[in-house]
Design a protein around this ligand. Structure first.
Ligand code: ADP
Length: 178
């Protein structure tokens, strides 16, 4: 039996993440999606909130469980008996980052393999950062995240109902037209 670990920040989980988890769940016998509790970046959602949204998003995948972790990813992988770490690649920037971290992880734990899956073309531009920025401006994020994630974003940003894409606000990168 092969178990894989899919670690990440998931702030919040979106369709790009869900797509990678679903595809990895077809390759491996079991998948553990692990929400990292303290990444070196500013978070919108608490660890508990990120965990709850991820659990809801992956509830339909019977061989997938969701957990949180702290500390080294390779240690988390070993603790869960996972011999493989899954990561998603959108572009060259992701590749360079994963290449470097992957080689460092290999030094730390050469019994844990890295398996990178290319994202689906539909989500190649999607990041949690873009999702949050569009949601904060009242934009429609229904193509990018499940309804409960959209609702959680609306609650964070003051319950504003989404506007059609053509009516999103001005004043930030997402609303700037060159
Ligand atoms: P991290 O801070 O660990 O990169 P993220 O939550 O941003 O955490 O991403 C978790 C994983 O999901 C990473 O491997 C990332 O490359 C991947 N990922 C992010 N966005 C997408 C997307 N749109 N499609 C596929 N994979 C993605």
């Amino acid at each position: 039996m092969t178990r894989a670990l899919y670690p990440g920040t998931f702030d919040p989980i979106h369709n790009g993440h869900i797509d990678i988890a679903a595809r990895a769940s077809l390759i491996f016998d079991e998948l553990v999606l692990a929400v990292y509790d303290a990444p070196p970046k500013k978070l919108l959602f608490t660890t508990e909130e990120r965990l709850a949204l991820a659990e809801e998003a992956l509830a339909h995948l019977r061989n997938v469980q969701v957990t949180t972790y702290t500390g080294l990813t390779v240690v988390c992988a070993r603790q869960h008996g996972a011999g493989v770490i899954i990561r998603g690649l959108r572009n060259v920037a992701d590749f360079e980052y994963e290449h470097q971290i992957g080689l460092a992880n290999r030094q730390l734990a050469n019994d844990v393999e890295l398996c990178c899956l290319f994202c689906s073309t539909n989500y190649a531009y999607l990041s949690a950062t873009i999702l949050k920025e569009v949601a904060s401006l009242g934009g429609d994020s229904s193509l990018w995240a499940p309804p409960y994630v959209q609702e959680a974003l609306q609650r964070k940003f003051g319950q504003r109902p989404p506007l059609p894409p053509s009516m999103t606000g001005r004043g930030t990168k997402m609303s700037h037209h060159d």
